[in-house]
Ligand binder design. Structure first.
Ligand SMILES: [Zn+2]
Length: 336
């Protein structure tokens, strides 16, 4: 089986030879940057550097997927946020939100020609050309909740869920079009799967608020993308109290942080979402030994994880040998 066949087999409920190792979020390390000569911050917005650095996930590390969107800031930058693109080992951040009001939320007609957006689409096309049907290509969009933080301001949005809920509904309703259309564009450019980064984390939104504000929006988004391809929902943190609601949203998979118990998560999802992730970043991948990685992979597989992956965007100083060990451990699993 090719890597791509292996990954898609899991999504399609078909038999597969080995448990796939994927990366729904950034796999960029300083080591990979040095190998490919594609460095942060340049590799966040330059299509050649994006494709080169994403390719390291395959060429150097042997992962079954490649993913060229390393931050969560491309849409924000294209829609008027001032972005500090960070440095070699620091991820970008928003310097200034345009604080758009609902009436201002019109997706620009030239959205797909705006530099960071165009760069990502070109990188996906280049990866598809390079890997053909060998490797699964994962794209990524920022969902309307996180996009609303970026464009309207986090404090504003949280306050308005209480004070002006109609306004929050309006904002999310408008912004979801951007996420849906950008996802479609990435599928068309050659992505097999899309990661949907929408930080419905416990520190920013309660399960009840998720149900009220975001669940209907996510359901609508997933209906719009149903025929286009599978979507992996990424939210950091503890999610046990809201995983039942996430499972009703229509996502094909969930990207799970290691703080959550895999078995419990799989039990709650009850076949409605696949589980990926769960390999701890700071403790295991950044600071652990090969033996620690091997154990973490075993634990995840025993817990029932269906697609192995690091739990979230990697810290850039993760040594590549630990990432190679995920793949090594995964291949061993299947030969048992
Ligand atoms: Zn995360």
């Amino acid at each position: 089986m090719t890597s791509r066949e292996r990954v898609l087999a899991v999504f399609n409920g078909k038999p597969y030879d080995k448990i796939p190792v994927i990366n729904p979020t950034s796999l960029a390390t300083v080591e990979s940057m040095r190998h490919t000569k594609a460095f942060f911050p340049h590799a966040h917005t330059d299509s050649h550097a994006m494709a080169a650095l994403a390719g390291a996930g395959r060429d150097l590390l042997g992962f079954d997927s490649v993913m060229p969107y390393f931050s969560i800031h491309l849409e924000a930058a294209a829609l008027g946020c001032e972005v500090d693109w960070g440095k070699l080992d620091r991820m970008p951040q928003i310097l200034k939100a345009p604080l758009l009001e609902p009436d201002d939320f019109v997706m620009p007609v030239n959205f797909f020609d705006r530099k960071p957006i165009k760069a990502l689409l070109q990188a996906i096309k280049a990866l598809r050309k390079k890997y053909g049907s060998e490797v699964a290509i994962i794209g990524k969009v920022v969902g309307p909740w996180t996009l609303a933080f970026h464009l309207h301001g986090t404090a504003n949005l949280i306050l308005e869920t209480n004070m002006e809920p109609y306004k929050v509904h309006q904002i999310l309703g408008m912004l979801m079009q951007t996420s849906i259309e950008f996802a479609h564009a990435q599928f068309e450019a050659g992505a097999d799967i899309i990661t949907w980064a929408d930080h419905a984390t416990a520190d920013l939104i309660s399960a009840k608020m998720y149900e009220e504000f975001l669940l209907p929006v996510h359901q609508q988004c997933n209906r719009a993308l149903q025929k286009a391809g599978p979507v992996i929902f990424h939210t950091c943190g503890l999610v046990t109290d809201r995983l039942e609601l996430f499972s009703q949203a229509g996502f094909e998979a969930f990207h799970l942080e290691s703080r959550n118990d895999v078995k419990a998560a799989i039990c709650i999802a009850d076949g409605r979402m696949l589980m990926t992730g769960n390999i701890n970043n700071p403790r295991i991948l950044l600071n652990g030994t090969a033996a620690d990685v091997y154990k973490a992979v075993n634990r995840a597989v025993e817990g029932g994880i269906q697609l192995l992956s690091p739990e979230c965007a990697l810290p850039c100083w993760v040594p590549n040998r630990n990432l190679l060990e995920i793949v090594h451990a995964a291949r061993t699993q299947q030969n048992k």
